[in-house]
Write a protein that binds this ligand. Sequence first.
Ligand SMILES: [Zn+2]
Length: 246
Amino acid sequence: MKAAPAAQKRLLDLAELDSAIDRLAHRRRTLPELAQIDELSGRIARIATQVIAAETESGDLAREQTKAEADVDSVRTRAERDQKRLDSGQVSSPKDLASLQSEIVSLKRRQGDLEEVVLEIMERRESADEQVTKLVAERDELAGTRGTAEDRRDAAFAEIDKEKGELQGKRAEVAEDIPADLLTLYGKLKEQFGVGAAMLQGARCLGCRTSLSIAEINRIKAASHEEVIRCEECRRILVRTAESGL
Ligand SMILES: [Zn+2]
């Protein structure tokens, strides 16, 4: 392949711009905010699961409490009914009276026990509700922190994208000075090796820092300036400039 030396030199400008664009892409991928957002999202998701568990427990306890309160009511109603029968004087047999009194005592005891159960459920429910409140507050705080990190990420993205746009504009201008076949070769090499062209300085490829063999140097010296040469080692296009000393 042949290309005007000036066009070949433009490859170096292109390579420099491409490196800068690649560095921006790398910066965009590795922003510390991205890892932070990921970590916070993980924590928020775990807390969301805990909130559901605590809310479910609170709901279960509310139903348990309603049931226990109904049990208290039913025992109290029976005790009240017995008390009314006792107070009405309709029960006269001493045996029946004793039995009624004993039932009232036992119902009162049962009511007391059931009221204890209600209290215990209420305490557990209160503690589950406190847990929900605590977790929701924790989740909201993390969501706030994540929101701030997202804002910082978006600001960094905007800055990087603006810079990238400017570099791509410059790149398009530089690319206009390079013939299509050379540009295609450069593009293929860049895709394959990350960098498509490097300067030849003395006997050294500045791309891979390898010194070329005497035979290769002699071959390059003998070649015309239009000849597109490649590094034997890294396969990049080697661009000869005034600094190449050839
Ligand atoms: Zn090389």
